[in-house]
Write a protein that binds this ligand. Structure first.
Ligand code: AMP
Ligand code: GLY
Length: 426
């Protein structure tokens, strides 16, 4: 099969790496890709916002299947337009991608299906939102309704922070994404991510993971796209996985199907494990980045077969098996990220750093300049290791990082700390 992969991050490098090992693959193209993806795919430059151009490319190159990595093209309806042109794709339609594209939409699904989630109210005007916050008090959570590249959520520990967040939303800080706000009850507990493939009716559980959203050690500093992850997440016991499937995932899949907008693709549930059990914080309608990286190195089965089954409605006929090993990925970012940072600095010694067979270095934001690899983004590398325990995977990942020569980069030094505390006490 000829495959086109859309995206340019570490998630897409991990997908490209896994797809490149598939017995079903003839040729892999990636747009726009990065220097790591170029090791396993032909990089092409197709304007993803121009759906006609994507369709034209697919016809020209006899593409059999398009894998969409990031959320924006899904919410923009790329999969709808590809399907209408007779081209098979992995990912939800525009209507089903509303599970990520609108927080209010997801809350509506939760109401309809009785899914456990934080209590909430939604507002399309500022004054009632401010009044609601004054009535409820802090801590409280303020969310811009639409896609805001991970920046639309304020977990306000004080009343002032919450009021300011509402002002920011309605002052246009998040553009259209902030035209409506969702204000939520503050949940306490440990967070975990759970990934399932869905084919419209069947949900096939993949695996659990835990991300580290803050930029600096000790979960300090600003929120980022994610500075590291590991899988599995020890907090997600078998019982909690079963409850998440029966109380959250399956009712969502059934509700979307009943509404006539069945969900297909990967559903990523962000969960809070509270004293009352798992509650849904949010859905994403694509793989997590960097969570995808740790899933791909643990997956024993063929990812392409699984993604095709999600598109074809045959997930009940396949299985996904996982290595017992723990995987960890540590993000190396350009100094300054998530604020301003430099591009174009040189990264050396990547090959030597990846010598250990338990290490994969996925590129998140790089470009090649002849033989040189240059940083080309905020999150730049995902140093990924498998090991018998979280501590083992962590030691391998940081040993590889120590060999990478990139003075302009930084990483957190404490990825996996929660799970390592757990290993110590068990
Ligand atoms: P989101 O962009 O929706 O994933 O939210 C970003 C982060 O905000 C989450 O990973 C949580 O850490 C936090 N968060 C979101 N909603 C809540 C909530 N209701 N209670 C506590 N923390 C939350
Ligand atoms: N790592 C968080 C996300 O992909 O949304």
């Amino acid at each position: 099969m000829n495959i086109l992969l859309i995206g340019s991050g570490g998630r897409e490098h991990a997908l490209a790496w896994a797809i490149s090992n598939s017995p079903l693959l003839t040729k892999l193209y990636a747009s726009p890709g990065n220097a790591g993806i170029a090791q396993v795919a032909d990089l092409v430059s197709v304007d993803v916002e121009d759906h006609g151009a994507v369709i034209g490319f697919c016809k020209d190159k006899a593409i059999d299947f398009v894998v969409v990595g990031p959320e924006a093209p899904l919410v923009a309806g790329l999969v709808d337009d590809l399907s209408a042109a007779g081209i098979k794709a992995f990912g939800p339609t525009r209507a089903a991608a509303q599970l990520e594209g609108s927080k209010a939409f997801t809350k509506g699904v939760c109401d309809e299906a009785g899914i456990p989630t934080a209590a909430y109210a939604r507002f399309d005007a500022k004054d009632p939102a401010l009044a609601y916050i004054r009535e409820k008090g802090a801590p409280i959570v303020v969310k811009a309704d639409g896609l805001a590249a991970g920046k639309g959520v304020v977990v306000a520990m004080t009343l002032d922070e919450a009021l300011e967040a509402v002002e920011a939303c309605f002052d246009g800080s998040f553009g259209d994404a902030g035209a409506e706000v969702v204000i939520e009850e503050f949940l306490t507990g440990e967070e975990a991510s759970f990934f399932v493939l869905v084919d419209g009716t069947t949900a096939l559980p993949l695996a659990t993971a835990q991300d580290h959203k803050r930029a600096f050690d000790g979960d300090q500093g600003p929120n980022t796209g994610g500075m590291g992850a590991y899988s599995p997440a020890p907090v997600m016991t078998e019982d909690l996985v079963a409850r998440t499937l029966s109380d959250i995932i399956e009712p969502t899949v059934a509700t979307m199907a009943r509404r006539g907008t069945p969900f297909k693709g990967v559903l990523y549930a962000g969960l809070m494990i509270t004293d009352d059990g798992p509650k849904l914080i949010e859905y994403n309608t694509r793989f997590g980045d960097p969570e995808c990286q740790v899933l791909m190195v643990r997956l024993k089965d063929d990812i392409l077969t699984l993604m095709l089954a999600a598109a074809d409605g045959t997930l009940d006929k396949v299985s996904a098996r996982w290595k017992d090993d723990v995987a960890m990925t540590v993000v190396m970012a350009a100094k300054g990220y998530p604020g301003a940072y430099r591009k174009g600095t040189e990264i050396r010694n990547l090959e030597a750093a990846a010598q250990d067979p338990d290490i994969e270095i996925f590129h998140a934001g790089t470009r090649a300049d002849g033989d040189r690899i240059l940083a080309n983004g905020g999150r730049v590398l995902n140093v990924t290791a498998v090991g018998k325990t979280v501590r083992d995977a962590r030691d391998k990942a940081y040993a590889a990082i120590a060999r990478i020569d990139w003075p302009e980069g930084f990483c957190r030094s404490d990825i996996g700390w929660r799970a390592i505390e757990r290993e110590k006490s068990s």
